[in-house]
Unconditional design. Structure first.
Length: 118
């Protein structure tokens, strides 16, 4: 189970920090990350981090967003700086298990709304 928090309203140029709390150790997941969704558009990838710590960022957020992990709290955090109105959307925490026997599970948090005003 994933619980996302930290969304809100911020002016362009501002910052927000999202947090995703997992019900078990985050290192039981192969990959954790964040996606976002704007009404009328498909959910898009924002950032992911592997169990080993490798990160991948969408081009649109590189240099502005930073993903981090807190193993003691079983959380994955997303620090978002220099926000712009195009970052507005519902942000979803995501976790993917290892592939076992050809099967892999994907978990989603409930989403947290980020609104960036111009």
């Amino acid at each position: 189970q994933l619980q996302a928090s930290g969304g809100g309203l911020v002016q362009a140029g501002g910052s927000l920090r999202l947090s995703c709390a997992a019900s078990r150790s985050i290192f039981t997941m192969a990959v954790m990350g964040w996606y976002r969704e704007v009404p009328g558009n498909e959910r898009e990838f924002v950032v992911g981090v592997t169990r080993g710590g490798s990160t991948t960022y969408a081009d649109s957020v590189k240099g502005r967003f930073t993903i981090s992990r807190d193993a003691a709290k079983n959380t994955v955090n997303l620090q978002m700086n220099s926000l712009n109105p195009e970052d507005t959307g519902v942000y979803y925490c995501n976790a993917v298990t290892d592939e076992v026997g050809g099967l892999q599970s994907v978990y989603w948090g409930q989403g947290t709304l980020v609104t960036v005003s111009s």
